[in-house]
Design a protein around this ligand. Sequence first.
Ligand code: SAH
Length: 396
Amino acid sequence: RHLLLKLRASGPLTVAEYMREALTNPGQGYYTRRGGVGESGDFITSPEMSQVFGELIGIWYISEWMAAGKPKAFQLVELGPGRGSLTDDILRVFKQLASLLSKCDISIHLVEVSPRLSEIQAQMLTGGKVQSSPRDDAVYMKGISKTGIPISWYRDIQDVPQGYSFYLAHEFFDALPIHKFQRTEKGWREVLIDEDPEVPDQLRFVLAPSSTPAMQNFIQPEETREHVEVCPEAGVLIQRLAHRVEKDGGAALIADYGHDGTKTDTFRGFQNHKPHDVLKAPGTADLTADVDFSYLRKMTQGRTATLGPIKQREFLKNMGIDLRLQVLLQNSQDTATQEQLHHSYDMLMNPKKMGDCFKFFALVPHHRLTHPDQKDNPQPRVPLVPVAGFSELSVK
Ligand code: SAH
């Protein structure tokens, strides 16, 4: 009803406006109200399926921290933590490697718009022992993890303090609003959403009759596809991350389903683990679109080096998932647990399941991959170690 009133008052909406309202409207949005991540929800994610996923990501951060010469402090910043399972698995790795990290001051910073999901995260990570702040404070909740690490919650990345940080976004960028454009005989036209005049209260896609401001800004002159999706919010966010990694050091790891600037129409919905018509019952289903990693790479504007996108199965293999699976299988007593371990490994790694369509992409400071000129850097050179996950694992 809210969207129909809006359409009737001010005409068709862009797909981006529609997606933003459907997902994060404070009263009616899917994430704000429902937030159905997990087995009992609308879609299941890798960290919800297997503890190994988060453990290997935890090791990736420790490996980057060591390659940077073990800085005295770091922030782990997760965007859209869902139920909090990924950070929970990472914190368990940090605890297991406590002797290595004992002199390092670690803090956790979670960026989450959904009050409902932030409560679930607080329960998972702190056992529910959190303090809420007045509504307009940048930090809206604080707590201490079960492993003794301070955690703060924010609504926007801009509120997270600056400083040496590791950023993590898993299945976050795909939830950001996209614009859609279609090539026509008259040139590019933006795809909009309007009320169907034939069927009351039903929505339909229409093409804008003339050019729209978004179109002029977002379509590249060299574009060859017939249909394109552009996510300007993702562009702004990656610029912010690149800026922070360039200035303060650290790294950003982004994992999501996506492509390298080749796919066309990927906008879709999920409800109860089944495909859902994106125009039906907005606010009750997850809406999502593939991440265009070529666009993200371009929007870093060369501030950092970028790695990937590399397929999830290659990244996890390079991170040692096979060894980890063997250890967990040896330690498990019953066949049900062993079957579950095999099943979740297959979900993560099988090219027909999540192995190929999910990709890993990283931002690291330029000096992480190439030494600055010797004349600018009188320090003796430390040999550069490869970034884990993005090249083959060598077991010594
Ligand atoms: N990373 C988690 C959950 C992914 S679902 C996992 O892998 O299991 C997307 C998450 O992003 C949810 O927590 C949702 O509430 C959050 N989110 C969506 N849009 C957001 C926005 N604009 N700002 C902050 N968080 C957002």
